[in-house]
Design a protein around this ligand. Sequence first.
Ligand SMILES: [Zn+2]
Length: 409
Amino acid sequence: MNGTVIPATGQEPTVANVLLEDGRIVDIGTNVRPHGNAVEIDASGMYLMPGMIDSHVHMAMNGGVESSTSVETTDAYAVLRAARDMARTLGAGFTTVRDLGGRNGMEFALRDAIRDGVVPGPRLLLAGSLISMTTSGPLMYPGMYYVADGCDEVRRAARTQLARGADVVKVFATGAAFCEGEDPRWTQLDEDEIRVAVQEAHKQGKPAAAHAEGVEGIRNAVVAGIDTIEHGDFLCEDDETIELMRSRGTILTPTMLLYDTVLQHLDDEAIPAFVRQNCEWIAPINRRSVQTARDAGIPIALGTDAGPPYHHHGGNARELALLASAGLTNEEVLESATRVAARAVGKADELGTLEVGKCADVLVLGGNPLDDLDVLIEPASFQWILLGGRIVGGTAAERARTLHWLTTA
Ligand SMILES: [Zn+2]
């Protein structure tokens, strides 16, 4: 296919032909010609960029106002609904999605079914159960937690998730704004406990992610060697921790959409009052931390935390606008959703840029997202969505399918 290639490598966009073969990008250039029986996609006048990556969602949650996993009574129902939600997320241009806390392992079945072509969806990367100290969280989110206290239990917890096939180990370094009875500034797992989980993940070449809102917990996780700080709300409060993250290259995943979505529905009394209060309180601090991190040169990855109240799967791209509103340039926003997110999920060699050798996850867009991020937020502008070289969505793809149907009917 031909078009303006936005490689997301930091290099300038260029008009070129892109050759895909066996799910990979095999050539990019002006003199690239397709082989004899290749399928050609004419994308002249269009823009090509890497498929987007959401590095933080919860398929176990359906965007319901209760902010709980207990609403859907069976894992079987939850996984069918999650399959629909992942199809929607893929249709929104997200070709890779990382789940950071599932439900009794139903997410592994969905990951494997999508991989095998049983149902449509993005490439899934999973944490399995999130690892937490004894706390009130499991009462609100049954099926999502693995409770572990002390280094030995955390080691067993991490190994258990990895043995199930987890792609990342997720730990709780602080309390959570969405857990009743917790304060997001309190620390949870201690530095030595987090370090054990990080070691187990790294032994398998996989990343470790920490839920960390308060600054003391952020520091514990960073010192313990964590790869990504999820939320990082109170980071702006401590210059030393900011410098620590910068010097170590620790990635921040600010999940701005998590708080902003609740802010849009503050008058809905069906959302637990403590959730609404926490979001109102934390959103501006979270925003300040994004600005501070960006100015300090801390890498920022896109992660939305989709699943909590009104935070429906498929609306993930709205995070792009929030990151831009916090001071990231359009180019930085695009890279947070591609190259940086690929690093965050431990797949920098495979995903996140349009380069020879990478997976053929490509978005073909009607407009230039570097001029206007709305191109990525408005589903109609996706002409073609390719996942591993297969056409999986886009308006032009739909049209082509209809035409094919009309001519063969
Ligand atoms: Zn989360």
